[in-house]
Design a protein around this ligand. Structure first.
Ligand code: NAP
Ligand code: GLV
Length: 306
């Protein structure tokens, strides 16, 4: 069995060594133009040439949860596309979102700036009932996040494409229930995949439906958010702030107004990182299962876009 590795922005050697150790019978190599045909591929943002030269692939493993960049390419017909299925990401995402929600709710950002200015002053406690948190996307990451936020006794709403039941979460589904979901939420967390249906979903119309003093946390993809609409609603005070981990162009260009906006907190696409050991173990397990003709979790439905 031959496995080829083609991942942008990632040091290849530790991945190659890890895959060789996890699959001792396999020939694992770094892809280069003209490389021999492989059975399986481990990829992140490969060039089109990679797939053009490897039309026989049985399956390709994306070393991330989101496949929006991959699905822009012409993929080998018949290859199964497998995304990372948690592999240590959901706990990171839960930490990040809980931190952002609590930092805003408890006004820790305000206390930080008071302390820097030598100011000793208490803020009035807020009521959780006034801060319902809405999670867009109740998949592998969204469900974990919704449950983690609910552990802090916030009312939690969730929205998915198909109906779901999640303990402690009021679930909404489909386009018809989107407005009701937004109207019931004050803090909005985006954990949707980027598809034709979800691009630009964080727009003026939808964000205006959040309760006044709303707060936006985007940890999915930058193209979910219409940047100018967010700025309009922050400047009109309909929204109190935003924590953004993802951007239309990454790295965020130095002249972008988000950098210096007093109500925006930024991080550099780091809310849930790919963890090498966990990912290699998961991919190796799935390759072994596919070799035995068994089904694996995390298959991407190309028509659906995630
Ligand atoms: P997932 O398991 O595929 O879950 C996606 C969720 O979104 C599902 O609940 C799905 O509904 C829902 N959804 C999809 N299209 C929808 C639509 N048109 N209307 C309503 N709901 C819709 O994905 P995941 O593993 O949770 O990851 C979500 C995204 O997070 C990834 O695609 C990626 O872009 C992003 N991400 C970001 C980082 C980071 O570091 N910032 C890290 C990892 C992932 P159903 O349940 O009905 O299918
Ligand atoms: C990161 O953004 C991922 O999709 O895993």
């Amino acid at each position: 069995m031959r496995i080829t590795y083609c991942c942008a922005d990632t040091a290849p050697e530790p991945w190659l060594e890890g895959l060789r150790a996890a699959l001792p019978g396999a020939e694992v190599s770094l892809w280069q133009a003209g490389a021999p045909a492989a059975d399986y591929a481990v990829v992140w943002a490969p060039p089109q040439q990679f797939f053009d030269e490897q039309p026989q692939l049985k399956a390709l493993f994306n070393i991330g949860a989101g496949v929006d960049a991959l699905l822009k390419l012409r993929l080998p017909v018949g290859a199964q596309i497998v995304r990372l299925d948690d592999a240590g990401m959901s706990v990171q995402m839960a930490e990040y979102v809980c931190h952002a929600v609590i930092r805003h709710f408890r006004e820790f950002d305000g206390y930080e700036s008071d302390m820097h200015n030598g100011k000793w002053s208490f803020r009035k406690p807020r009521s959780r009932i006034d801060y319902p948190v809405g999670v867009l996307g109740l998949g592998v990451l969204g469900e974990r996040v919704a449950k983690a936020v609910a552990q802090f006794d916030f009312p939690v709403n969730g929205w998915s494409r198909t109906p779901k039941a999640v303990a402690g979460v009021q679930c909404f589904a489909g386009h018809d229930q989107l407005d009701a979901f937004l109207q019931a939420s004050r803090v909005l967390v985006c954990l949707l995949p980027l598809t034709a249906e979800t691009r630009d979903i964080l727009n003026l119309k939808h964000l205006s439906l959040l309760r006044s003093g709303g707060y936006v946390i985007n940890v999915a993809r930058g193209a979910h958010l219409v940047d100018d609409d967010l700025l309009t609603l922050l400047d009109s005070d309909h929204l109190a702030g935003a924590t953004l981990d993802v951007f239309r162009n990454e790295p965020l260009p130095p002249i972008h107004p988000f950098w210096k906006h007093p109500k925006i907190t930024l991080t550099p696409h780091t809310s849930a990182r790919t963890l090498r050991s966990e990912s290699i173990a998961q991919i190796a397990g799935k390759i072994a299962a596919l070799q035995l003709g068994e089904a694996v979790a995390g298959l991407v439905d190309v028509g659906r876009g995630y």
